[in-house]
Design a protein around this ligand. Structure first.
Ligand SMILES: CC(C)(COP(=O)(O)OP(=O)(O)OC[C@H]1O[C@@H](n2cnc3c(N)ncnc32)[C@H](O)[C@@H]1OP(=O)(O)O)[C@@H](O)C(=O)NCCC(=O)NCCS
Length: 196
C-alpha cells in the first residue's frame, strides 16, 4: 500500500476515528476540529499558491471557516458518504485529501486534494491517492473514481496519470476562479483497470 512495498495498509476506523499509515513516514487521519488551527495556518501562509487552483481559499478567512468544513466532512462520514483526511507528515498536517459525496447508486466518487507548498515533490499526494483508491475499490467495492483537474495544473494532473487514470475529456469553463473560467479535465479510473 505504501507505494514502495507490498504490505497491506494498516487501517483503523469506526464512525469517529480513522488512521491509515499509508507509508512509513506519512499517515492519513480523519479531519477533526483539533486540526483546524494547523490547517488554517497552512492556508494562510500558502494563500497565493493554493488560490491559483482552489476557489475556496479566497473565502477562507479564519480557523472557524476550517471548522465549518471539518464539521461538514464529519457529517458526511456519519452518512456513510465518504470522508476527508489530513496528511500527517513529520507529526503535522501538511495537506488534505478527500472524497466528494459518494454516489452509491452508481458506485462512484470524486477525489480532491491539496498539499502545503513546501511538502510537494515527495510523492505524498500520489501515495495518499493510491491508498484511498485502493481502499475505495477493495473495501467499498466502488466501480469508478474521478479526479478533475483544471487545464494548466500540471502537478495535479500528474497524480491521476501516475495512478493509471484515463483522461476522458475536458469540461469547458466548468469552474469559476477569480474572474476567469477554468476548463476542467476529467480523469477516470474503473475498478477493473486498477492494479493494486
Ligand atoms: C497538486 C499537488 C497536490 C501536487 O503535489 P506534488 O508534490 O507534485 O504531488 P506528489 O505529492 O504526488 O509528489 C509528486 C512529486 O514528488 C516526486 N516523488 C518523489 N517520491 C515519489 C513517490 N514515491 N511517488 C510519486 N512521486 C514521487 C515526483 O517525481 C513528483 O515530483 P516532480 O513533479 O518534481 O516530478 C500540489 O501541487 C498542490 O497542492 N497544488 C495546489 C492545490 C491544487 O492544485 N490542488 C489540486 C486541485 S485539482
Amino acid at each position: 500500500m505504501c507505494g514502495c512495498g507490498t504490505e497491506r495498509a494498516v487501517i483503523v476506523h469506526n464512525r469517529y476515528m480513522f488512521r491509515l499509515q499509508y507509508r512509513p513516514d506519512a499517515a492519513l487521519v480523519l479531519l477533526e476540529e483539533s486540526y483546524a488551527a494547523e490547517i488554517y495556518a497552512i492556508v494562510n501562509h500558502d494563500r497565493e499558491y493554493l488560490a491559483e487552483w482552489l476557489p475556496w481559499v479566497d473565502v477562507t478567512h479564519s480557523p472557524a471557516d476550517i471548522v465549518v468544513f471539518i464539521r461538514r466532512s464529519l457529517e458526511q462520514l456519519a452518512r456513510n458518504e465518504g470522508f476527508h483526511a489530513g496528511i500527517l507528515y513529520d507529526g503535522q498536517v501538511r495537506g488534505t485529501v478527500g472524497l466528494k459525496t459518494i454516489d452509491w447508486s452508481n458506485r462512484k466518487v470524486e477525489i480532491g486534494y491539496w498539499l502545503a507548498a513546501g511538502y510537494q515533490g515527495k510523492g505524498l499526494m500520489t501515495d495518499a491517492c493510491r491508498a484511498i483508491v485502493d481502499y475505495a475499490f477493495r473495501e467499498w467495492r466502488l466501480h469508478r473514481i474521478e479526479i478533475r483537474v483544471a487545464v494548466g495544473n500540471r502537478r495535479s494532473a500528474a497524480i491521476p496519470e501516475r495512478l493509471g487514470f484515463a483522461l476522458e475529456g475536458t469540461h469547458r469553463q466548468a469552474q469559476r476562479l477569480r474572474e476567469r473560467w477554468l476548463d476542467m479535465q476529467v480523469f477516470g479510473l474503473l475498478a477493473e483497470h486498477w492494479k493494486p
